[in-house]
Write a protein that binds this ligand. Sequence first.
Ligand code: PLP
Length: 469
Amino acid sequence: MKRFESLADTMAKEIRSGSLPTGSRLPSLRHVMAQHGVSQSTVFRAYYLLEDWGLIQARERSGYFVAPGALTQDRVAKGSSTGSAKVEISDLVFSVLDAAKQPGIVPFGSAFPSPKLFPLQRLGKSLAQAVRMTNPWSTVVDLPPGNEQLRRQIALRYVGIGIAQSIDEIVITNGALEALNLCLTAVTRPGDVVAVESPGFYAALQAIERLDLRAVQIPVDPQTGLDLEALAKALEEHPIRACWFMTNFQNPTGATLTAEKKQALVALLAEYDVPLIEDDVYGELHHDPDYPPPALAFDKKGLVMHCSSFSKTLAPGYRVGWVSAGRFAGRVQRLKLMTTLSASIPAQAGIADYLQHGGYDKHLRKLRGAFRVQLDAMNAALAHYLPDGATWSQPKGGYFLWVKLPRKIDVMQLHFLAIEHGISIAPGPMFTASHQFGDCIRLNFGHPWSAETGKAVETLASLIERAER
Ligand SMILES: Cc1ncc(COP(=O)(O)O)c(C=O)c1O
């Protein structure tokens, strides 16, 4: 049993014995740390577990309290043997995402860019226009694969990067996340092995956990991206049924595969007839003039399912994404119908109108320019404040930096300390199932730079000094 689990167990016993009555406030963080000789992060993780067991409740700005009914519970702590690393990953992810939502926090840990950078008013106009012009039959016609105008506009954008894409292979989804999940469901069965990146986007691990699959982790280098030799070896050794990779501006490292590597990846997977679920949500956010064509550009067998969305580039919260699903399009479309039926019909129509009339490319140029400026500012601040020996990636797109810290740091402790100082970060262990990257953090530079941002980097650097193991 891990330290936080045994601390949670001890505290659960106290609660059930009645020594902490219903509604009473839990002892202060400092008190619990001193009493049990544990770190702050251990206490927080124990609290999260107690919350999961329904024994305590968090009240905003007031701390934790014993939940009503906690005393009468059976041994809910049966769940204390959480054991599996995957479950821990979910807990960690939820806690970090929750922290990043706190109002006023400096959002270095956030997965989103600043909503201020999006043309929300102009988009609203398109939405209003589309809703006014709605043909009542669109509620039926726009069911999967989705609004035809929108699919046509998306296909045109593919043409812009040299990919001829039939609109029949494009399925509109509720964001890229649904597209990725539907693709994974379409090509696997419980127990199958799936190759994912490490570090990689945590949602891949969550989907694997939910669908009862098994993961093989393929290393990603922050500079050169996915290790193709390791993938080739994994394909030899495991019955891999699907891969879930990012080839452009990978989350969390920012790495992009060269065109040669993308081509080699597609060829390798074609040899084994293994589908590639390609997550390209940041592709349009290239800082250089051109969009690096995704692996889809090299696909000749219909094995690549290219997933993206407008969430990071135009319309956060509209939940409109898509997959160009190659030979799996029919299967994905049916799964879409069977699960959430359809993406929002007004949102699809609104985005289709914007793509036609709103000046999407002009907006994207502005957005990319903003990210370049913010990256320069972040680079300068990190160079100035971070301790000697710290290194960080130099992404050519997107808005994430992957920082490797020079000392033995407990990044989970750093995460909790940073929250106390009004700063969120995304700790490295969120991005793997194998307890790695305890000395790495992902930083978001997708928000306009301000004096406060610079100050936050300075504070973070001073907390790094304090978070040494
Ligand atoms: C790498 C990656 N893929 C997919 C998504 C989900 O995209 P969407 O919001 O369109 O569902 C995210 C969001 O954080 C992401 O970072």
